[in-house]
Write a protein that binds this ligand. Structure first.
Ligand code: CUA
Length: 151
């Protein structure tokens, strides 16, 4: 009889934990980026959206930011974004797994060869943000940086 009570208690605890994790993930906007789209890493430059690298206007105050990541660079690595713009960032890798983190924001993605990872963000404040690779990718890992300027 007591076992049953404890079992119920245990399951209830588990449920509470999962709920807390789920809620915090949504509240902080830290859900893992989707990686459903596949791409041929050898043909990245010819494949949309990466045939148009950089910032591309897609609508009223809406943009696409396409960045190709390779050892050891982000292409392009100097980006200017108009303040208030809603930007959908697409990244992919030509070689190994890299990271794409924009310091001071919630943008933090894995960049995998063969996949397009996407995140949408509205830049409401002017300023400069540093792009970093946060996944060890080889000898030039520490040199992988870039800059986003919101003007
Ligand atoms: Cu690319 Cu570390």
């Amino acid at each position: 009889k007591y076992e049953k009570i404890w079992l119920t208690f245990g399951i209830a605890c588990l449920f509470v934990f999962l709920t807390v994790i789920g809620v915090s993930a949504f509240a902080e906007g830290k859900q893992p980026p989707s990686c459903l789209t596949t791409i041929d890493p050898e043909k990245v430059d010819q494949t949309p959206p990466f045939n148009k690298p950089g910032l591309v206007k897609t609508g009223d105050n809406e943009y696409q930011l396409n960045i190709v990541v390779s050892a050891f660079a982000f292409t392009p690595n100097q980006i200017e974004i108009p303040k208030g713009a809603k930007v959908t960032i697409n990244v992919t890798s030509k070689d190994v797994i890299h990271g794409f983190e924009v310091a001071g924001t919630n943008i933090n993605m894995m960049v995998e060869p063969g996949y397009i990872n996407t995140i949408t963000k509205t830049f409401n404040q002017t300023g400069e943000y540093t792009i970093l690779c946060n996944e060890y990718c080889g000898a030039g890992h520490h040199m992988m940086t870039g800059r986003i300027k919101v003007v």
